[in-house]
Design a protein around this ligand. Structure first.
Ligand code: TXA
Ligand code: MG
Length: 332
């Protein structure tokens, strides 16, 4: 995969943007430049396209992804901005700041994009070419850093091509990333804004704007360590169903709802309170795209337990099983 260079000539540049938009519109993956690091992008509103991101990265777990927008208005359709969030957006967007906000009722991002959470991470990147792609596409694009799982984030199109060149429809070359470090993530979901990840915008700059200190994850409001361990994958608390979750079931018990996979159903499936099949054909990409919305749907059915059929561990199955194991552990 050769990165698509950004030529000076406007017609060629516009043709490249149109091509990237066409790929996104058909659910394909495109590597995009940003001022922080290169991103592996897909339509944030399209669950199967987002599942493709995890598959390409080889990520063994579903972390929620950042949805990239090209205007404050576009962001406001997805997330609920409180006063702090709006001030931060007006001061630092476009730029290396991601805001985690409660999902708006008008939100269109897929459940897999937010990993089933009722919050959404939004960022307006400072890259003219990527913003042109998003604006033309007219929808937010989900993008983690464009590296394979466990490797460092690429800051040039060539590095992104080495990581993922054989797994994407197109690589858009925006030159070397100006910041070279991921965005700062701030959650504005309660009284006090919380710094979830330090990054391209300094804590000092944010505190100066807000006129008060940011709480750091793992600290209390007074800045004292809470002693709770914090790892990157643990920044977001996970969606946990109210119902209990029973895994690898081969038979359905009274009062259970069924989360099936593939053409073969467990014994007693007819008696399930409600049923969703993650993928009747046994396709793990389709299953990943359906996972969070189906868990939610079954959780609102009148069941005591969600019984989950066995799901293979290969490919995206590893991440699906990781997520299901967390859901099962959540209620003990
Ligand atoms: O600079 C960046 O932010 C780059 C470029 C491509 O925009 N993206 C990036 O994405 O670093 P990624 O996936 O490597 O990191 C996203 C982080 C993860 O740590 C994830 O847990 C957190 O954002 N995150 C996303 N949604 C969240 C949510 N609803 N609540 C809490 N954390 C969230
Ligand atoms: Mg990353």
């Amino acid at each position: 995969m050769t990165p698509w260079p950004v030529p000076d000539e406007k017609a060629a540049r516009d043709a490249g943007i149109a091509k990237a938009v066409a790929h996104l519109a058909t659910g394909r993956l495109v590597v995009i430049p940003t001022e922080t690091v290169y991103g592996l992008a897909a339509d944030a509103t399209h669950g199967t396209a987002v599942a493709g991101i995890y598959q390409a990265k080889g990520r063994p777990a579903f972390n929620p992804l950042i949805s990239h927008v090209a205007s404050l208005e576009m962001a406001q359709r997805q997330g609920l901005f409180n006063t702090d969030a709006e001030r931060l957006a007006r001061a630092f967007w476009p730029g290396p700041l991601t805001l985690v906000l409660p999902k708006a009722h008008t939100a269109t991002v897929a459940d897999l994009t937010t990993a089933g959470l009722d919050t959404v991470a939004l960022r307006f990147p400072d890259s003219a070419i990527t913003c042109a792609i998003i604006a033309q596409f007219g929808r937010p694009i989900a993008a983690p850093s464009a590296n394979r799982s466990g490797r460092i984030s690429p800051t040039t199109a060539e590095a992104a091509a080495t990581e993922l060149g054989d797994r994407v429809a197109m690589i858009v070359d925006g030159g070397p990333c100006r910041v070279g470090l991921e965005s700062t993530i701030v959650a504005c979901t309660g009284e006090t804004p919380v710094l979830l990840r330090p990054g391209g915008v300094s804590r000092e700059a944010i505190e100066a704007l807000l006129g008060r200190p940011l709480v750091r994850v793992g600290q209390d409001v007074g800045g004292n360590e809470t002693g709770k361990p914090v790892a990157p994958g643990m920044l977001a608390s996970h969606y946990a169903p109210d119902a209990a979750v029973r895994l690898n079931v081969t038979d359905i018990r009274d009062g259970e709802a069924l989360l099936a996979f593939g053409p073969d159903l467990p014994a007693g499936a007819d008696g399930a309170v409600a049923t969703r099949n993650l993928s009747p054909d046994g396709d793990l990409v389709e299953a990943a795209a359906n996972l969070f919305s189906f868990l939610r749907a079954l959780d609102t059915a009148d069941c005591t337990t969600i019984a989950v059929a066995p799901i293979p561990h290969s490919g995206l199955g590893e991440a699906i099983n990781d997520r299901l194991a967390r859901a099962a552990a959540a209620r003990g």
